[in-house]
Design a binder for this molecule. Sequence first.
Ligand code: URA
Length: 422
Amino acid sequence: MDVISVIRTKRDRGELSDEQIDWVVDAYTRGEVADEQMSALAMAILLNGMNRTEIARWTAAMIASGERMDFSSLSRPTTDKHSTGGVGDKITLPLAPLVAACGAAVPQLSGRGLGHTGGTLDKLEAIPGWRALLSNEEMLSVLDGVGAVICAAGDGLAPADKKLYALRDVTGTVEAIPLIASSIMSKKIAEGTGALVLDVKAGSGAFMKTLEDARELASTMVGLGTDHGVKTVALLTDMSTPLGLTAGNALEVRESVEVLAGGGPADVVELTLALAREMLDAAGLKDADPAKALADGSAMDVWRRMIAAQGGDPDAPLPTAREQHVVTATASGVLTRLDAYDIGVAAWRLGAGRARKEDPVQAGAGVELHAKPGDTVTEGQPLLTLHTDTPDRFAYALDAVTDSYDIASPGTPFTATPVVRE
Ligand code: URA
């Protein structure tokens, strides 16, 4: 087999055979196919697509590139959630302990932020002492003892995806449905969860900008999960405006703890409960009551034990940024738009995200929102607070937020986009 013929097949809109797919994924993982050759193939896939048979085979080849985990020794049913990524999306933080408090085991392998979307591991690392890197044995022991674990995927899990995702990120080939679907599902299937709920986001702050594309991504992933014996369901959710009132690492941990304490922004609570119900349902725990577990403090108990089991101090004060800059409303009226992508870019430029994989992030950096679409605002009132340790970043972040919002004249009717769209 030679790589040029594989690239040419897809370049010329052909269908890749099983043998071509198995060979190219394996040879790339072993370093026999070079990055520039895989970049050309990824671009051909982005431009010309793949059919469901090709996507299924590509996913299977990525799973086969590494090890598979096994949770069959656990007494509780396993259920997991994966979001396709967004701005202010801290849902995993309250969700994993909440679902564990209702009787399931939640093996949440999570990632870091890259670009304008935040990463769960970067957020949790704002908690003093907390460790993302656990051995497989440690992970199983936290999962068994506490009921929930949030950690980085080990090097052995879908190594083809690790290499390919890093390559796609720097070659403009992230936004391809076959590549996103196989990337996410290869990790989740190799992880060995029994049930999986996908939070597929649509809107400016998501990879899928339209509901139609999000729907296609969701149905592709649900098909892959189901074919591998994982009970998989998907919610299509809104990402046109940030979730909650914060985007940034420690800022989002603080908001998540508010949700676990029974408060927090309404959209974060609504989505956390909607996903919890789907996860519990998929795990066969239909009678569990996640709203009760939030209200009676049992989800908070699991959170505290989960953080402590991974070396974190749940009582330690969270880091705050050294400098703040307030952006005020330029008019009075109804806030009709607050753009998720712009806020994500601002948080990233303030230091909450990284430009390159190896860059450190600032725990305290990010954006706090003082109003959400539908709110009435008055000229001069604070709209956003920008947080960073490095004030020379303010000008660059301000560029991103200048056109991030619209204010219509007072009394203009406003219809909010539902958090859960389908
Ligand atoms: N998340 C992933 O794990 N992979 C993608 O390709 C996109 C989002």
